[in-house]
Design a binder for this molecule. Structure first.
Ligand SMILES: C[S@@+](CC[C@H](N)C(=O)[O-])C[C@H]1O[C@@H](n2cnc3c(N)ncnc32)[C@H](O)[C@@H]1O
Length: 299
């Protein structure tokens, strides 16, 4: 197996960061094959962004949208095998436009994955807040992507307190004039079993976030055309895993998921098909390691 464990040559002392770096495994090859080397039920979280069909066929190939589901299902079967029962699979993807219409391969994929046994637990929206302006004859600029959450069971690990956000100014005015209903538990009118008591939020600084992530796209990485911003894997790693857990990205690209996993003191496994990007990911992780060791030397 072409696995390279990253070793820190410069530092001898025992510290958390070195241990984490030694825990990163980067594999070169087709993830369908490489996933077979990973143990059953061993991964806590999968965060990945596969090719969006053949949208970037010039840089790293791709799959015809009509064949996408057949291509992806054997991979998702392997992902299901390696994921822990309480683990989560986060899939960042967006359907492309084909002959003036949005293709339906993602909708078809969701249905097929449900048949495969996955629970489609949630859909987050990544709002790309720095999306550049443009003019198209039949649509507006595309400034969001899907982030699909799949699970094996309903009882998955989730650490909501890790991603809380400031309450914001709305709270000052909204919580100042509470109605009588706001002061008691107001059960959902649609019978969902959920309810809210707005007065519970008085005096609090932090609230739970929504399922819309407002993140700028990554523009500084010139060596890979489709890197996601570090905040994206970071948010999901904090939400769905704990220190020491194993995070997997089967379509690693430039290594973003592994770097963030290391920063957050998780172990990580990344798989990349193209040697050029595999080397780039190794280099990026090595650079991260060097930065960390420099910072430690300064302490
Ligand atoms: C959208 S990019 C991922 C970018 C990544 N999130 C980042 O931040 O750099 C998808 C990557 O999957 C790789 N890839 C495509 N097919 C693959 C396969 N069968 N197995 C592993 N990697 C694959 C491509 O070479 C590409 O680098």
């Amino acid at each position: 197996m072409e696995t390279r464990k990253l070793k820190n040559k410069n530092m001898q002392g025992i510290n958390q960061i070195i241990e984490n770096i030694q825990n990163a495994q980067i594999l070169l090859g087709d993830c369908l094959e490489k996933l077979k080397k990973i143990e059953d039920n061993s991964i806590q979280l999968i965060v990945t962004s596969p090719p969006y069909a053949d949208q970037r066929s010039k840089t790293y190939g791709g799959i015809n949208p009509d064949k996408y589901v057949d291509w992806f299902l054997p991979i998702s079967e392997e992902l299901q095998r390696v994921l822990k029962p309480d683990g989560t699979f986060i899939l960042n993807i967006k359907e492309k436009v084909v002959e003036g219409e949005r293709h339906t391969y993602i909708l078809e994929l969701i249905l097929a994955m449900k048949k495969q046994g996955w629970l489609w637990t949630e859909e987050f929206i990544w709002h790309k807040k720095n999306c550049y302006p443009g003019k198209w004859p039949n649509r507006f600029r595309d400034s969001w992507e899907r982030i699909l959450q799949f699970n094996k069971t309903k009882k998955f690990a989730m650490y909501q307190e890790e991603v809380m956000v400031p309450m914001g100014n709305w709270a000052k005015s909204r919580l100042r004039n509470l109605s009588e209903i706001d002061k008691i538990r107001d059960n959902s009118k649609v019978g969902s079993g959920f309810g809210k008591n707005i007065s519970n939020w008085i005096g609090r600084d932090l609230a739970y976030p929504s399922n819309v992530l407002h993140l700028a796209t990554e523009t500084s990485n010139k060596n890979h055309s489709a890197t996601f911003p570090k905040e994206l894997p970071s948010w999901f790693i904090k939400l769905f895993s704990q220190k020491g857990d194993i995070i997997l990205d089967p379509f690693l690209g430039s290594g973003t998921t592994c770097i963030v996993a290391l920063e957050l003191e998780r172990q990580s496994i990344g798989i990349e098909l193209k040697e050029e990007y595999y080397n780039l990911a190794l280099q990026n992780i090595q650079n991260f390691q060097n930065q960390q060791s420099k910072q430690l030397c300064l302490i």
